[in-house]
Design a protein around this ligand. Structure first.
Ligand code: MN
Length: 333
């Protein structure tokens, strides 16, 4: 990976106009990465356009530089495109994909490493990193080493620590490594304030999101073996509270966090579209394998996919696969 980091630094320093892309339904990691890299490259005098097809969700609008994020761009004159934390190229979103593809050179920086889905002329990939923010930190340090210019500051540190905190569930997930905690400490020393980040991310819910949580928990059900829990949100629920998609972020964790439950699923009915499913697992399962059956993907403990309506049939189909997955995992090797 070190070689790829150096080649990425060389390409970033050679380019003048750089577009940086987040993934659809953006989270704290993808936006934290895009903005941290944007801050660093602006300091180096680069012209940078940070893009996210779905914009910035309510809970992340406070990120330093969030106002720079563009949902689309007419421009095609970039020297270089960078995609952060996307998992697969099409996850930049259909509206931005042609822009990414028009760039003469493409860098992919990511901790989702899905065989067969890698892309980019330069690939800075590490599936052991808890967040892509860990890789962006390394990249920015490499840019500093190459130029002799100090780039790290409190704003960059805040963006990166946000990525680490959100992708580790505030250091509660199994992806936390000693390196992750050391880096968090380093970022706090650089000026990031963990309490501020957690307050913004976790204690600043919209009214609509709390009402959606109530609807979802009201619909909660358990499989006969008690190991799969699911909840759903209908199009009507979203309508009633004038809620947007990002208002349902995080609800799936409540569905999984039940005694005895190994897999939690949240179904979201989006009128005129496929039914979105968020999957969360506990150690020992691989929910991305379940999502893959339906053309989706993600991490072992957090994944997503889409199914055709109607809702009740979608629920039946995926629960059957989830229950079977647990039976297979329970078999002795
Ligand atoms: Mn991530």
């Amino acid at each position: 990976m070190n070689d790829a980091v150096q080649r990425a630094s060389d390409a970033l320093l050679k380019a003048q106009k750089i577009a940086i892309f987040a993934h659809i339904s953006p989270d704290g990691d993808t936006l934290g990465c895009v903005l941290a890299l944007t801050h660093a490259l602006k300091k180096l005098g680069k012209e940078v356009i940070p893009c996210a097809a779905d914009g910035v969700p309510h809970g992340l609008k406070w990120l330093p530089g969030a106002e720079w994020i563009q949902q689309t761009s007419e421009r095609r004159d970039f020297d270089l495109a960078v995609v952060c934390d996307a998992g697969a190229l099409n996850r930049v979103g259909t509206s931005l994909l042609p822009i990414v593809e028009s760039a003469p050179l493409l860098i992919d920086i990511d901790h989702h490493v899905v065989l067969g889905d890698t892309f980019g002329d330069i690939q800075v990939l590490d599936s052991k990193a808890a967040a892509t923010a860990e890789l962006i930190y390394t990249q920015i340090r490499s840019l500093e080493a190459s130029t002799g210019q100090a780039l790290m500051d409190a704003e960059i540190a805040e963006c990166l620590l946000t990525g680490i905190i959100t992708d580790t569930g505030s250091f509660m997930f199994a992806n936390v490594r000693p390196e992750t905690l050391l880096l968090a400490s380093q970022l706090q020393q650089e000026g990031a304030v963990p309490a501020k980040i957690c307050e913004q991310v976790y204690t600043n819910h919209t009214y609509a999101s709390q009402k959606l949580l109530a609807c979802a928990l009201n619909s909660l059900q358990l499989s006969p073996n008690g190991k799969v829990a699911w909840a759903f949100l209908t199009g009507k629920d979203f309508e009633e509270f004038n809620a947007v998609d990002s208002d349902s972020d995080g609800i799936v964790n409540h569905v999984r966090d039940i005694q005895g439950v190994s897999i939690g699923l949240l179904f979201r009915e989006i009128p005129g579209k496929k039914i979105r499913v968020n999957l969360r697992g506990r150690e020992g399962v691989a929910v991305n394998e379940i999502a893959a059956v339906f053309g989706g993907g993600g991490h072992r403990l957090a994944a997503g996919c889409s199914l055709d309506p109607p809702l009740n049939e979608a629920i039946e189909r995926i629960i059957a696969v989830a229950v079977q997955h647990l039976e297979e995992k329970a078999l002795p090797l």
